[in-house]
Unconditional design. Structure first.
Length: 186
């Protein structure tokens, strides 16, 4: 079991999986952060809009622990990893519970329809991190833009990107063929 000193943050890398480009955030959070608070932090740092259900799950150290917003269906549900589980309220589960277990990563699943999976890795807090840490949540690195809500998950987003690229190319080609310049007013 690992001990986290008082006033030391937990450093996380939150990576959006199955994307056509890298999307991740490195964040520092207080050690007493609950999983519900972490949900809000991820929503804000990724650019999501709090529109869907979510849950956290660990496949190794505590495979039966699922945390989210309990609902009427949870008693009969199975985890996406094939085990029968009972969802615990996310505000009652501390992030530190995962951090001190020696776990290297766990999962955040957002929007059960679009199926956005975020892998959360624990990272070493550096001296530079500690020097800039003021006891508040900090996003220390952000790479890649998060997809829009309700676009159909990673596969819908990939399709959307291909359509946008094709549409831009097609419009440029058509404009050139017809001698049109969209930057000039008529």
């Amino acid at each position: 079991m690992k001990i986290i000193p008082l006033n030391q943050p937990i450093k996380l890398k939150v990576s959006l999986e199955n994307m056509p480009h890298s999307v991740y955030r490195r964040i520092l959070v207080p050690s007493e952060t609950s999983l519900l608070q972490l949900h809000f932090i991820i929503q804000l740092s990724m650019g999501w809009k709090f529109e869907h259900l979510f849950q956290f799950q660990d496949r190794r150290a505590e495979p039966n622990l699922v945390a989210g917003i309990p609902d009427d269906f949870d008693e009969d549900d199975f985890s996406p990893f094939g085990r029968r589980t009972r969802k615990q309220p996310a505000d009652e589960v501390a992030l530190e519970r995962f951090a001190v277990s020696g776990l290297k990563s766990f999962w955040y699943w957002y929007d059960f329809g679009d199926d956005w999976w975020h892998k959360i890795n624990f990272q070493k807090v550096s001296k530079k991190d500690m020097a800039g840490y003021n006891g508040k949540i900090q996003c220390v690195e952000a790479v890649g833009q998060c997809p829009p809500e309700d676009i159909g998950g990673p596969w819908g987003y990939d399709n959307w990107l291909r359509i946008i690229t094709l549409t831009r190319t097609t419009l440029t080609t058509l404009n050139q063929r017809n001698g049109l310049d969209p930057t000039r007013a008529v």
